[in-house]
Ligand binder design. Structure first.
Ligand SMILES: [Zn+2]
Length: 155
C-alpha cells in the first residue's frame, strides 16, 4: 500500500481488527519509509448482477436504466426520494436473488412494488413493460388491478 505521506510502497501491518460489524477489516499500517501510520479498510467486492435476456444474451445489470424506467412511470406520482428508495429496495432484492437474473424477474419485482405504491405509476410501467398494444390490454390490467387492490379509503 502506498504511504499517503511520503509515497513509499513498503509498510507493515501493526494492527488488524473487525470493523463495521464484520463487513470490513480495518488495518493500521506503519510506513517503513517515514514511520508514519495510516489506516486501510478491506471489504468484500460487490458481485455484479448479470441479466439474462429473453434471447439468452447476458448483460450487466444497469441500475440507471431501471431508475429512468421507474422515474418515467412515476413522474408526478412519486417523489424522487421515493423512487430512489424503491430502486434501492429492488436492487437489494435482486442481489439476494442471485448473481444471474432473468429480465422478467426484474420487471416483476418492479411491478409488484409499484402496484402497492401507486396504481397510476404501476399502469404506466406495466404498459411499457408488458407492451400493451390497445385499450383492451389496458382495461384487462385495470380489472386485474381492481381485483387485487383493497377498496380506496376516503379521507
Ligand atoms: Zn511514508
Amino acid at each position: 500500500m502506498r504511504c499517503p505521506y511520503c509515497g513509499a510502497n513498503d509498510d507493515k501491518v501493526v494492527d488488524s481488527r473487525v470493523a463495521e460489524e464484520g463487513a470490513a477489516i480495518r488495518r493500521r499500517r506503519e510506513c517503513l519509509g517515514c514511520a508514519r501510520r495510516y489506516t486501510t479498510y478491506e471489504r468484500v467486492e460487490e458481485l455484479p448482477i448479470v441479466v439474462v435476456k429473453r434471447a439468452g444474451v447476458r448483460e450487466p445489470f444497469d441500475r440507471e436504466k431501471l431508475l429512468s424506467g421507474i422515474e418515467r412511470a412515476a413522474h408526478g406520482r412519486l417523489t424522487d426520494e421515493a423512487v430512489v428508495t424503491l430502486v434501492g429496495e429492488i436492487e437489494e432484492e435482486l442481489r439476494a436473488g442471485g448473481p444471474e437474473l432473468a429480465t422478467d424477474q426484474i420487471g416483476l419485482a418492479v411491478l409488484e412494488r409499484l402496484r402497492a405504491l401507486d396504481p397510476v405509476a404501476y399502469l404506466r410501467f406495466a404498459s411499457v413493460y408488458k407492451g400493451f398494444e390497445d385499450l383492451a390490454d389496458f382495461e384487462r390490467e385495470v380489472t386485474e388491478l381492481q381485483k387485487n387492490t383493497a377498496p380506496k379509503r376516503r379521507d
